[in-house]
Design a binder for this molecule. Structure first.
Ligand code: ZN
Length: 238
């Protein structure tokens, strides 16, 4: 988490909501009591309050709130944005950052008087953080629209569980040697000094393809405000 969290929710409460959200994905039941083979580790608060991926320096996979100004398009209709930088050949995630639109959205955390349910939005965004895209399944937590007043995205549906289990198939226990350090080291500050050569060794860019040296790409996925009540009506609970 970015250390300032939000005027709407303090660091401890925000951290707990995101810890709980990640746990829903890592605890997903893939069958036979098995779970996705991934571990999420909280490395503590960071200073940097911006999405960035440093090709030549350390990084943080940060979750932050923009309380004053939403710096991206769609300020009035975007609840949150998660940007994932990944290797286009292997799918390896190099960096993931999550931004929440505190400037335009009034988040709530309880089950009474729900406005924009932060646990729901956090669960959707942590799905992106782990590499999932949007689902066309209107019942799924990874469906792209959120209906104000709903807490339903806070629980995973079958489509979500199938997605995370396919992305991280269950297997042997994760070894203790598995290292959660971000790419090129954990860095709390923005724009740290360069420490290593850039990813990749050459620099071919096909015309029209915004592909950087080293073959990494960005996927930015926004959770939008739902405009129809269709989804709520179609959604059923087991
Ligand atoms: Zn989304």
């Amino acid at each position: 988490m970015q250390k300032d969290a939000s005027v709407q929710i303090d660091l401890d409460d925000a951290t707990q909501i995101f810890v709980d959200s990640f746990k829903k994905w890592t605890d997903a039941d893939c069958g036979d009591g098995k779970h996705p083979r991934i571990k999420v580790v909280n490395l503590g608060p960071v200073e940097c309050k911006a999405h960035e991926y440093n090709k030549k320096a350390g990084n943080a996979n940060v979750i932050l709130f923009h309380d004053d100004v939403w710096p991206h398009a769609g300020a009035g209709s975007t609840l949150a944005l998660t940007t994932v930088t990944y290797n286009v050949d292997t799918g390896e995630i190099y960096d993931a950052d999550m931004e929440l639109n505190g400037a335009n959205v009034e988040f709530t955390t309880g089950i009474d008087n729900v406005l924009y349910d932060l646990p729901s939005i956090a669960t959707h965004e942590t799905g992106h953080f782990l590499g999932l895209s949007h689902s066309a399944d209107g019942t799924a937590t990874m469906f792209a629209d959120y209906m104000p007043g709903s807490t339903e995205l806070g629980s995973l549906e079958n489509d979500d569980i199938e997605g995370i289990c396919a992305a991280y198939p269950p297997g042997d226990p994760i070894p203790a040697s598995c290292d959660p350090t971000p790419r090129r080291g954990f860095e709390s500050q923005c724009n740290p000094p360069e420490i290593t050569p850039e990813d990749g060794s050459c620099c071919t860019t096909a015309p029209g393809a915004p592909r950087s040296a080293g073959g990494s790409a960005l996927a930015a996925l926004a959770l939008a405000l739902g405009l129809a009540a269709k989804r709520r009506a179609e959604r059923t609970r087991p």
